[in-house]
Design a protein around this ligand. Sequence first.
Ligand code: NAD
Length: 293
Amino acid sequence: MSAAGYAAGYAAGSAAGYAAGSTAVVTGAARGIGRAIAERLVRERFRVLVADLDESVRSVAEELGADAFVGDCASEEGGTALVARAMEQLGAVDVFFANAGVEAGRGLDSPESEWALSLEVNVMAHVRAARLLVPLWLERGGGRFVVTASAAGLLTMVGSAPYSVSKHGAVAFAEWLRVTYAGRGVVVQAICPQGVRTRMLEQSGPVKELLSRDRALEPEEVADTVWQALQGDAFYVLPHPEVADYYAQRAAHPDAWLSGMQRLQAKLDAALEESPAGSAPDRTADATTRARS
Ligand SMILES: NC(=O)c1ccc[n+]([C@@H]2O[C@H](COP(=O)([O-])OP(=O)(O)OC[C@H]3O[C@@H](n4cnc5c(N)ncnc54)[C@H](O)[C@@H]3O)[C@@H](O)[C@H]2O)c1
């Protein structure tokens, strides 16, 4: 698509969507939501670069017929290498999915390293990618930046302060980016799901039940919603539509909403007491955290 056609194509939220051969980068695509989004994009005839810390992203790329980048998408160095690879292999990035995320840490006793990891991967990775991509997009007439935040970024996440804070940061950054650059052809969207059946949900211990209170979705269902969202430019992408009602309640009746969340916290406390070890599994002991520590 030419720069002008590209800009006009989505500036109107055109249902014409993206032409075959459009390009995308998906971070955190070795599994879960990122993999499902990449798979859907390939099916829709995008050329895709799948990126992850985990080496297994190579076999995902092979399976899908995509290109692979193995590395840390959150660090300044890794983010720079990723965008350089994307430009080299795809020629341009029409859509960037800042999807890689971590759920590390829990309460006030979360160590500094878990706060730092959460802020690096869930917020700073997005800042660093946008810093590199937006100037390129302004030059060519447009681009699209899609952040996988979370319903936790609009509401809160019982049981995890670093996740709640970093996902609010992800939404706040996406909002700022949208406000600042939408007038210049950059579409920014924030995906805010509740429970999705991935490794992250599996590793969330007793919180899993609470997160799955409304139906937990398959990653492919999230990818369907994302694909529909790509045909327009609505900021919030809500695979669980009920999140819009919770968000409205939070704004309209904050104290009542907080009381409801306190009741949910009480249920989590009871579940933690009942669990044999008296605590959730060590969610930070996964490959992601080890690779970055
Ligand atoms: N699963 C859920 O219930 C749920 C709900 C809301 C939001 N989310 C968000 O969706 C996104 C995807 O999560 P998922 O559920 O598919 O999790 P997942 O754990 O299945 O996959 C996350 C992937 O990100 C990769 N990753 C982590 N840090 C990275 C880094 N620095 N560089 C490169 N890759 C990195 C991991 O290796 C992993 O393959 C995350 O941002 C998560 O916070 C998940």
